[in-house]
Write a protein that binds this ligand. Structure first.
Ligand code: GLU
Ligand code: ZN
Length: 294
């Protein structure tokens, strides 16, 4: 078993898998399997009110029908709430995080960057959002596809929410704790999460966690500029078109799948991809228009 590479796919059940998720799943799978690494699956079910009933099952069935096999049991974030609570309490008690009682209305007109109203207010943690204090520093990392990425946490992000007022934990906190807990060495995901990465680097630094390598694949967008996914309800990936869509996804990732693969099965396409994977061929772009891939 190769533990020097542990990758993962981490879908959110607020919708079904779409072509953009397939591209991300395929990239993380091939990047792991090409080096004989492990590939784990984590269901990011942190937000029950936004969960589409049946989406978790549909996601698992889609992955199976597209030939993806994951290692070990599925991890659900809903099983990890005690771990998130413990870290949140630690950050709060150390004064690294604080309670914020601002209403949405009070935060209007600040360009989405928290103006720090509650920073020194000393509010109690209950019935409040919990925000992490960010340093006035620029965080940078080198993405394997996108190259150098930098972001000033104070100026471009501001103190960010790690637990919502309704008690739900934020993605940024959960993803960092789970990547570390699962021993993830390589995060391969869509470029929509590039600008979340500096927040995650800061949390890793604060908690003394190892920093994984990052590879952000281009986000697949609709001709009208909509990104596929969350805010845009896309239909589920059709099970009977697995080979066609896998071939299209391989090509979206710049992998030169030969014409002979046109009649291949999903398993054969994944096998070809695994042996020929070359991450250096992934287009160095943030977005790709889906219509151009047909
Ligand atoms: N759950 C996130 C999503 O579906 C992905 C998180 C990640 O890969 O870090 O967009
Ligand atoms: Zn506040």
């Amino acid at each position: 078993m190769n533990t020097s590479y542990i990758g993962r796919f981490a879908p959110t059940p607020s919708g079904y898998l779409h072509f953009g998720s397939l591209v991300a799943a395929l990239a993380s799978y091939l990047d792991a399997r090409h080096v004989g690494g492990q590939w784990l699956l984590r269901m990011e079910d942190l937000d029950p009110p936004r969960e589409v009933p049946g989406a978790q099952d549909a996601i698992l069935r889609t992955l199976e029908s597209y030939g993806f096999q994951w290692d070990g049991p599925l991890l659900r974030q809903s099983e990890r709430l005690p771990a998130y609570a413990a870290v949140l309490e630690q950050l709060f008690n150390q004064g690294l995080a604080y309670a914020c009682t601002c209403s949405r209305k009070q935060l209007e007109g600040h360009g989405g960057i928290y103006p720090g109203f509650c920073r020194n207010a000393g509010h109690p943690a209950h019935d409040a959002a919990i925000r992490l204090r960010v340093p006035e520093l620029e965080y940078r990392f080198t993405d394997r596809v996108q190259g150098e990425f930098r972001q000033h946490l104070g100026r471009e992000v501001g103190d960010f929410v790690i637990r919502r007022r309704d008690g739900l934990y934020a993605y940024q906190l959960a993803v960092v704790l789970d990547d570390a807990w699962q021993g993830i060495t390589d995060v391969v995901r869509g470029a929509d999460l590039l600008d979340s990465t500096p927040r995650q680097l800061y949390l890793q630094e604060l908690l003394g966690l190892r920093q994984p390598r990052y590879l952000h694949v281009p986000l697949i967008i609709q001709p009208d500029g909509h990104k596929l996914g969350k805010s845009y309800r896309s239909p589920p990936l059709p099970a009977d078109q697995a080979p066609t869509l896998l071939l299209r996804a391989l090509r979206a990732l710049g992998q030169p799948a030969p014409e002979e693969l046109a009649g291949a099965s999903a398993a054969e396409l994944l096998a070809w991809g695994t042996s020929h994977w070359d991450a250096a061929r992934i287009p160095r772009r943030r977005t790709l228009a889906e219509a151009r891939l047909r």
